[in-house]
Design a protein around this ligand. Structure first.
Ligand SMILES: Nc1ncnc2c1ncn2[C@@H]1O[C@H](COP(=O)(O)OP(=O)(O)O)[C@@H](O)[C@H]1O
Ligand SMILES: O=C(O)C1=C[C@@H](OP(=O)(O)O)[C@@H](O)[C@H](O)C1
Ligand SMILES: [Mg+2]
Length: 174
């Protein structure tokens, strides 16, 4: 059996602004799957917004809650949109990989900056001294290393990214 059929979730990873949440919904509709945004599960688990967690307890606290939420996911037939920092947990990523195909939505730093605008209110999990450029470089290696499939999202709108993911999944299936 192919990797895709054996593993029934589709897991989206990538930088904030890469389209995990918005494209994830489109993808779920096209594939007839359910949809989970793990950022919302984290907020429910913590009873706070992501920004409140970062402001109150620090960026590592957010990563700890995120890891716990990801490891407790036991689902099939879902598109799972993760948060950009999910990739910092190796056990969580291995857990997600075991149950699905991991798809990296790849955008360059310029698009990250353009799309997330004033990121101070977006709860980004990073060291206070770390620039977005450094964060981008650090994460790019992690996303590329763990993904089963990478999608170049440059020059593609939401629908086109969704289409590209579908094509790549079909290719991985055959
Ligand atoms: N392919 C795309 N083309 C144009 N805008 C996009 C695209 N993907 C995402 N966006 C926009 O970028 C912003 C962040 O998207 P979102 O899905 O929340 O990303 P993520 O969940 O990866 O942080 C939203 O305003 C969204 O509409
Ligand atoms: O990249 C990050 O550090 C984060 C991205 C957010 O999700 P999106 O990638 O969906 O914006 C969210 O998980 C959290 O605020 C941390
Ligand atoms: Mg999101």
């Amino acid at each position: 059996m192919s990797a895709h059929k054996a593993a029934s979730n589709v897991v989206l990873i990538g930088m904030p602004g890469s389209g995990k949440s918005t494209v994830g919904v489109l993808l779920a509709k096209r594939m007839g799957l359910g949809f989970i945004d793990t950022d919302l599960l984290i907020q429910q688990e913590a009873g706070r917004t992501l920004q409140e967690i970062v402001d109150g307890d620090g960026y590592q606290a957010l990563r700890r809650i995120e890891e716990k939420v990801l490891l407790s996911l036991d689902v099939r037939g879902q598109v799972i949109s993760t948060g950009g920092s999910a990739v910092y947990s190796e056990p969580a990523m291995q857990h997600l990989k075991a149950g699905g195909v991991v798809v990296f939505l790849d955008i360059p730093l310029g698009l990250v900056l353009e799309r997330i605008g004033d990121h101070s209110a977006r709860g980004i999990s990073r060291r206070p001294d770390q620039s977005l450029e450094e964060l981008f470089t650090e994460r790019f290696a992690l996303y590329s290393g763990v993904a089963d499939i990478a999608i170049d999202c440059v020059g593609r709108n939401h629908e086109e990214v969704c289409e590209a993911v579908l094509e790549a999944l079909a290719g991985a299936d055959s």
